[in-house]
Write a protein that binds this ligand. Structure first.
Ligand code: FMN
Length: 341
């Protein structure tokens, strides 16, 4: 896919699925795509891991046709190794390569990868140059606003990215040192967008469709990335698109959890062993139950299941009698306060 084609997709549907380790695997991305997500991005994949060809690492590079446009996200610190890994991503036929410069996790940062790269623009230049020259598909990056409050250098990072031919920059509106505390600074994102020569995708705390559209409009960003928001509300992308196109938020949406969880279960079963299916299915069923009556009892109950069948039986028992009108809004509650970007 060319950069022009990728940006065309973004224009048509500016609601991008954020990369989330342990969550946005192939079945989940395809599932979210079916439920209205625009561009989707894989979780971070280690460039060193690709070099050594570990089975678990290579599995993370799988995607399916229905996901397109799909980007595979790499992290690492060595320009050569990242370039080789990006070449591999291109050979596999993905639509674009995304580089992770937002990961705040100590183990990653200590090696000079993830958000550590934001502190060294010479090194950033070397990485971007090496990766860009290894591939012909678009290259995008995902950053934080900066390392800490005194070093919010997103504008300088974007200048480098522009010089090196990057297609867009996604910005999680927190500094590295903030981790997941505080709120994403959308005013900062808007101020960066206002002077950016590159398309900008804003990210952080879009927990409802109304917020996603409002942030898109107020910030002037070319797209917005939704992460945790779709883990409680699987219809957030459809709702946001409805609002964007002037339709009622709920137009054409069947707010029924059982068909949705059945679809997800079947997708997970096609690619994962039973243990992983159970772990993933439990997580989503628990997150979707937020705000519904007895959700804490359900969460405790489903936590001990062993088989897919047993897990799904409990899901059916819980969700069958639920009505959407019983759900309390929990979008303001702290949720999953840690991750790789
Ligand atoms: C569990 C989890 C895993 C994450 N993994 C990644 C990742 O692999 N790569 C990345 O760039 N960001 C990762 N992130 C960061 C998200 O992409 C996003 O920037 C962040 O969650 C803020 O957006 P949100 O408020 O919409 O969730 C992760 C976040 C969470 C919660």
């Amino acid at each position: 896919m060319t950069e022009v084609e990728l940006l065309h997709h973004l224009k048509h549907n500016p609601f991008v699925l954020a990369p989330m380790a342990g969550i946005t695997d192939m079945p989940f991305r395809a599932f979210m795509k079916k439920l209205g997500a625009g561009v989707v991005v894989s979780e971070l994949v280690s460039a060193n891991g690709i070099k050594y060809g570990g089975e678990n690492t290579l599995k993370l590079l799988n995607y399916e046709e229905s996901e397109r446009p799909v980007g595979l996200q790499l992290f690492g610190e060595d320009p050569e190794v990242l370039g080789e890994a990006a070449r591999k991503v291109q050979e596999l036929g993905a639509d674009f390569v995304d580089l992770n410069f937002g990961c705040p996790v100590k183990k990653v940062v200590q090696k000079g990868a993830g958000s550590a790269v934001l502190k060294d623009l010479n090194h950033l230049t070397k990485i971007l140059r090496a990766v860009k020259s290894a591939i012909s598909i678009p290259l995008t990056i995902k950053i934080r606003t900066g390392w800490d409050q005194n070093q919010r250098n997103a504008i300088e990072v974007i200048k480098v990215a522009h010089d090196e031919g990057i297609a867009w920059v996604a910005i999680h509106g927190r500094t590295r040192s903030q981790g997941y505390s505080g709120s994403a600074d959308w005013e900062f994102i808007a101020s960066v967008k206002a002077v950016s020569p590159l398309p900008i995708i804003g990210n952080g705390d879009l927990t409802s469709a109304e917020t996603a559209l409002a942030r898109l409009r107020q910030s002037g960003c070319d797209g917005v990335m939704i992460g945790r928001g779709c883990l409680k509300n699987p219809w957030i992308f459809q709702e946001a698109r409805n609002l964007l196109y002037g339709l009622p938020q709920d137009a054409g949406i069947d707010y029924n959890y059982l068909p949705v969880l059945t679809d997800l279960k079947e997708r997970l079963e096609r690619v994962h062993d039973e243990r992983t299916v159970v772990i993933q299915l439990r997580k989503f069923a628990m997150w979707y139950s937020a705000g519904f009556p007895e959700s804490s009892v359900f969460r405790r109950d489903i936590f001990s299941t062993k088989t897919t069948q047993e897990t799904f039986d409990r899901i059916v028992n819980y969700y069958q009698p639920l009505m959407l009108s019983q759900r309390l809004d929990t979008s303001h509650e702290a949720f999953l306060m840690g991750g790789h970007g």
